[in-house]
Design a binder for this molecule. Structure first.
Ligand SMILES: Cc1cc2nc3c(=O)[nH]c(=O)nc-3n(C[C@H](O)[C@H](O)[C@H](O)COP(=O)(O)OP(=O)(O)OC[C@H]3O[C@@H](n4cnc5c(N)ncnc54)[C@H](O)[C@@H]3O)c2cc1C
Length: 499
């Protein structure tokens, strides 16, 4: 028997996968008895915000992940495909139909029992009864405390202040320069800067070093790409940011502003120079081409595992995604930037996955305990469901006395498991699936579209081999297969000239 806590996207997918392998499952969901700040219904797999599962083509990493999930017999994908509404190249759903489809499938499965109650601690180990914690970004307070006690106080986070990430090859390298802001012992300076990012301006005393790093400030620990702005460019950027449209802010976000890092637009609204004395401070940076210190600077930091991504340091933001793209492209060097991930600030309970999890989504210290979904350190509906898919398979393996499995890293679903368990733990932030966290192709392709499609083709091929070798196969869901073979063919055709 398997116990799954949380009936969201990850928990329902996990329950379905385990039950499909003949294992009894009890799924615990606290709603409606105990509500969250955001969920509105008592339905399972309720979508808390957008109704989009994002891109559905194979030149998009999340499109590949979805296709892999379909091939692995995903309940979430089956329900999403059945609730699809027109959305161009994306997969968007009728949220009520989607949640109803998942709820009916889970409730109607003869091997799944649903109990509506809140777990306030992590279930104790019990012979042959693994546990999956899939309680999401809004994990209840009591359970959050229990998770914190299990993983250690430093390894559970309660909110997310995410800076945008751009694709390295879309940065104008002729406009930026490489340098670190300060020397190694400069954390005090960074500390001083970071206080300007806090609503109290540091009035309550200095923030500690960890808080400084959590703000994403340059700790003088490595090389950065620096985008220099002169006075005129800064003025144009500043005017754009104060007039840009912000995404909806939930009430609880306000409270967080007093404790955590401020979105750049909030800082900008405090005064024309606040950003220049905050994350855009030029002190300690000399542009080698002019020999002078720029008026302001935006720093870009390489993502450690995905070397072809750079994040904008200290640029957490709640601007609408379209507005982010428009405003941030005013920064010299980012005129043609392609955004891999946009900035966000939202409530998010998640573990520092690289210190806690193995590639199989089992915890390092208790092999019968698995985490899945947003609380496990992934970001997004599809990523959450996909982690639940593998956690469900592995919980079934444990219940049946077989070895847990990890899909190859060359698949999107395997790359995600590898990333969460191996990324740099010092500044871990939940991750979306991107091609950048998959191993590079053996041969170099210059055409970006061809490269993406070649990665997709390799992922699906390796998934098929893995499914056959590991015996993990479930009934094949052909949804999307037609467009797949067409695109795989086109990937081959496009890739040929660059061989
Ligand atoms: C405000 C907000 C907006 C978001 N918007 C988007 C978006 O637009 N697009 C996107 O892709 N991602 C979004 N996300 C991120 C994330 O992908 C979703 O939150 C997603 O639902 C995560 O799936 P999950 O299964 O991990 O968690 P959930 O879907 O939240 O499921 C967790 C379930 O566990 C239950 N639960 C919690 N604690 C307990 C307990 N102690 N005992 C029993 N049950 C419990 C909850 O009631 C919930 O039903 C958003 C997150 C937040 C917080």
């Amino acid at each position: 028997m398997i116990r799954i806590v949380g009936g969201g996207l990850a928990g329902c997918e996990a329950a379905w996968q385990a039950a499909s392998r003949g294992v009894n499952v009890t799924l615990y969901e606290m709603r409606p008895t105990t509500p969250t700040q955001v969920h509105k219904t008592d339905g399972l797999a309720e979508l808390v915000c957008s109704n989009s599962f994002r891109g559905d083509k194979l030149d998009n990493a999340v499109g590949v992940l979805k296709e892999e999930m379909r091939r692995l017999g995903s309940l979430i994908m089956r329900s999403a495909d059945a609730s699809r509404v027109p959305a161009g190249a994306a997969l968007a759903v009728d949220r009520e139909r989607f949640s109803r489809a998942v709820t009916e499938a889970v409730a109607g499965h003869p091997l799944i029992a649903i109990e509506r109650r809140e777990w306030t601690d992590i279930p104790e180990p019990r012979e042959g009864a693994p546990v999956i914690v899939a309680t999401g970004p809004l994990t209840s307070q009591a359970l959050s405390e229990a998770i914190r006690a299990f993983v250690g106080a430093d390894h559970l986070y309660f909110y997310d202040a995410i800076s945008p990430i751009v694709l390295a090859e879309t940065i104008r390298h002729d406009k930026v320069f490489r340098a670190s802001r300060w020397g190694r012992d400069s954390l005090r300076l960074v500390n001083a800067e970071c206080q300007t990012q806090h609503a109290d301006g540091g009035a309550n005393g200095p923030v500690d070093d960890d808080a400084v790093r959590a703000c994403g400030a340059d700790g003088g620990e490595g090389d950065y790409l620096n985008c220099p702005l002169d006075e005129e460019e800064y003025a144009r950027f500043y005017d754009a940011i104060v007039h840009a449209e912000s995404a909806t802010v939930h009430d609880f976000d306000k409270e967080r502003f007093f404790e955590g890092c401020l979105p750049i637009e909030v800082m900008a609204h405090r005064g024309r120079d606040t950003l220049r004395f905050g994350p855009m401070k030029p002190v300690g940076l000399v542009d080698p081409r002019t020999g002078t210190q720029p008026y302001a600077v935006v720093q870009l930091r390489q993502d450690n595992l995905a070397g072809d991504h750079y994040s904008l340091v200290g640029f957490q933001t709640q601007l609408k995604w379209g507005e982010q793209a428009r405003v941030l492209r005013l920064i010299p060097g980012l005129e043609q930037a392609e955004f891999v991930r946009f900035g966000m600030v939202h409530r998010n309970t998640y573990i520092n996955a690289p210190t806690v999890l193995r590639e199989t989504w089992q915890t390092r210290t208790r092999s019968d305990l698995l985490f899945a979904g947003q609380v496990s350190g992934v970001e997004g509906y599809v990523e959450s469901a996909s982690s639940g898919l593998i956690a469900g398979i592995n919980a079934a393996c444990l219940a049946l006395g077989t070895e847990p499995l990890a899909p190859p890293r060359t698949t999107a679903i395997g790359a995600l498991g590898y990333y969460v368990s191996h990324a740099d733990a010092s500044n871990y932030q939940p991750t979306n699936i991107t091609f950048g966290i998959m191993p590079p192709l053996e041969r170099r392709l210059r055409n970006r579209q061809a490269k993406k499609l070649a990665l997709a083709e390799r992922a699906l091929r390796d998934l098929a081999s893995w499914m056959e070798e590991s015996g993990v196969a479930t009934p094949y869901t052909p949804n999307g297969a037609a467009n797949l073979s067409a695109e795989a063919r086109s990937a081959k055709a496009e890739a040929a000239p660059y061989r």
